[in-house]
Structure formats: C-alpha cells, structure tokens
Design a protein around this ligand. Structure first.
Ligand code: PLP
Length: 377
C-alpha cells in the first residue's frame, strides 16, 4: 500500500490491510503513472532531465511519441501527430484561433465539452456557436448542424463518465476531445480532423501538453486562415506547432518528464497489444464497478444507458442515506485517493478511473473497501 498517500486522521475508519488495493490511485487526472515508468525515468534522469529540448536526447523522445501514436492509431495517409503546450484546454483556443472559420457546432454533455463551446462563444472573430446539448449522464446523438464549418464532439466526458458517439456528418471539420479516451478506446481516425488530448489521464503521463492527430484537411484549413486578416498569437498557431512537430520539437520549452512518460506509456501499450489490449483492461475494470453498483443495495451507475457508460471513467451514484463525500473521505484516510465526484456536477457520487494502468484486481479491492466503509459508517 502506498502509505505516503494515506493520512492517519483521527475518526477515520481503518480498512483492514487485506482488503486494501495494492495501489490507491483511482483519480481521473492526473492519473496513476506506472511505478516501472517512474523507476525507468529515475534510472535515466541524469542523461535526460535538464538537457536541451533542441538536442537529439529530447527530440528522440518526441519522435517516439509521434511514431508511436501513428502506429497506435494506424494513422491514415497524410494525417500527422502535432504537439503543443498547455493541454487540451489550450487546444480549444488553438481551434478557436486556427480551425473555426465562422461558426462551430458543439455536442455537449458536461463540463469539458461545455467549456470548449464557452471558449468559442467568447471569441470576437467568430459567430455565436450552435450548441446541441444533453443533460449530464447522457449524450446528444450526432446529427447535421446547419451553417457551421466545424463540429466539436467529446469522446469521453470525464466530468460525467459518459462515452459519447461522434460521426462525420458532412464536410465540416470534425474535432474530437479525446482526453480521457486516447490510449484506450479504438477509433477510426479518418472520421475526425483533429483527435486531441492531454496526456495525464488515460495515457499515464503528466499534464501541460496537448497532442492532436490532424487530417490534411485541418492542416489546409489552418493554412488558409493564416492568410486572412486574423490575429493569431504564435503560441496558439497550429501551423507553427505543426512546423515544430515535424522537427520533433515544440514551439516553446516542454516539460521533459511529460514527454518521457508519454513515450513510455505509448510503447507500453503497443508492446502489450495496442488499443484492443488497453480497451480490454479498462472494460474489465469498469465492468467490475458497474456490476457491483447494479447489485449493490445503496449504489447505482449514474449513466442509465449502458451503451453510453464509459470504459475509463466510472460514475456511481449513492443513495441519499450514504454520503459519497464521507465514503471518499474515509477512503482517502486509508490511502485510496481521488474517488470524489466532479465537483461542479454536485451529485452524491463517486467517480473512479479505470484507465489501463489501474489493475482490475485493485478495482475489485476498491469495491470491497467501499462496502466495508459503508457498513462501518
Ligand atoms: C481533463 C480534460 C480536459 C482539460 O485538460 P487540461 O490538460 O487540464 O487542459 C479537457 N477535456 C477533457 C475531456 C478532459 O478530461
């Protein structure tokens, strides 16, 4: 048990040692990084951390990230892996600056998909976006949106645990936020023009970076918008990011550990069988939780439609009589962390990540720990 994470708080329910998971990290991001990855970085740190990002030692790592993602996603001809700084949140601004011509359509179902629409709404150079929304715990069905040049979907709404459908419906650019899906859920990249993500969730790395798999059409759109009379801050320029990515570097200084963990994780997934392997692991773990909740006297899956239930972020509602915050508090006191629901959702809920780095046996142990705490409460 990772004792460093636990806090021996007075009044906390002590879970018997034999019920505890081997690793107590169940957060949806930053998420569990494999101890083997940390040990590998530690053993190589002297020749890597604190060295120039314009030299081969670091550029080789960026190269491995780009080649690895090409293989993982079997990128169609002409698609490229682009990297920049600032996470998926920054990519919303990149898209607002460089990809949307006049008006975008957004399929939203929670905090993250909604935030992209908000970023666009605030942009003075764009028309009011069209937003198709579904209530939290559900997802809107893809359908044509009139008078838009770009459509934004989310693959996995991390705030609610919904795995949402997306589709290419016309000739609009299709942007898909894949932050808690990338590295796990197999997709046909040809159905998207920018499949983008931050690496600190399903991809077991650190934050601060955005990665986007971009189509030739997206690259052309950005180049065309560059010729217009639109101010594009260089930090948000997709074309500048692309120029740098092609040279295996980023426009400005990246966090070297983030790149290193990302390359490590991509290769770890590929060595074990790629996305189908990762997806099987996450599905096995999430199934444990959904089945446990369905059979529990006090818990229920929040997402009613089973086809929308996420394989990577599981949300479980508890009966009013059982305080989810209380459960999470006692879990935390035993070193089992970050099971709290997404704060703005405001439900009596647990949210548990089932990324491939999290062992299914640990998820099984977690259900035992929750049952133990609820009994003791
Ligand atoms: C976490 C998350 C984001 C924001 O990522 P940052 O790295 O904090 O910018 C965006 N979209 C989804 C789906 C997320 O889960």
């Amino acid at each position: 048990m990772a004792e460093t994470l636990g806090m021996n708080q007075p009044g906390a329910i002590a879970i018997p040692e034999d019920l505890l998971p081997s690793d107590g990290r169940f957060g949806s991001g930053p998420a569990k990084i494999l101890p083997a990855a940390v040990a590998d970085l530690a053993s190589q740190a002297g020749g890597y951390l604190g060295t120039s990002h314009r030299r081969p030692t670091v550029k080789d790592v960026v190269h491995r990230v780009r080649r690895g993602l090409e293989e993982m996603y079997a990128l169609p001809a002409g698609y490229e892996v682009v990297l920049g700084l600032g996470g998926a949140t920054a990519f919303w601004d990149v898209a607002t600056a460089c990809l949307i011509e006049h008006r975008s359509g957004h399929f939203t179902c929670g905090e993250f998909s909604g935030k992209f629409a908000d970023a666009v709404r605030a942009a003075p150079h764009l028309d009011e976006p069209t937003v198709v929304t579904a209530k939290p715990g559900s997802a809107p069905e893809p359908r044509p949106v009139p008078d838009v040049d770009t459509i934004a979907f989310i693959h996995n709404e991390t705030s609610t645990g919904v795995q949402a459908p997306f589709d290419r419906l016309g000739d609009e650019l299709v942007l898909v936020d894949a932050t808690s899906a990338a590295g796990v859920i197999p997709i046909d990249v040809a159905a998207t023009d920018a499949y983008y993500f931050s690496p600190q969730k399903a991809l077991g790395s650190e934050g601060g970076l955005w990665v986007s798999l971009v189509s030739p059409k997206a690259v052309e759109r950005a180049a065309e918008i560059d010729t217009r009379d639109r101010w594009i801050p260089p930090f948000l320029s997709l074309s500048i990011a692309l120029d740098n990515s092609r040279k295996d570097q980023t426009y400005n200084t990246p966090a070297l550990a983030t790149l290193w963990f990302l390359a490590w994780q991509i290769e770890h997934v590929l060595e074990n069988g790629g996305l189908p392997w990762a997806h099987r692991r996450s599905t096995a773990s999430s199934d444990v939780l959904y089945r446990w909740a369905e059979q529990s006297a006090y818990a229920n899956p929040f997402v009613a439609a089973s086809r929308l239930r996420s394989a990577t972020v599981v949300t479980i509602d508890l009966d009013d009589a059982v305080s989810a915050d209380g459960v999470s508090h006692h879990l935390r006191a035993n070193g089992i962390v970050d099971t709290e629901s997404y704060r703005k959702l405001g439900r009596n809920q647990l949210r548990i990540a089932t990324f491939p780095n999290i062992d299914t046996e640990d998820v099984e142990s977690l259900t035992g720990c929750i049952d133990f705490i609820v009994q003791a409460m």
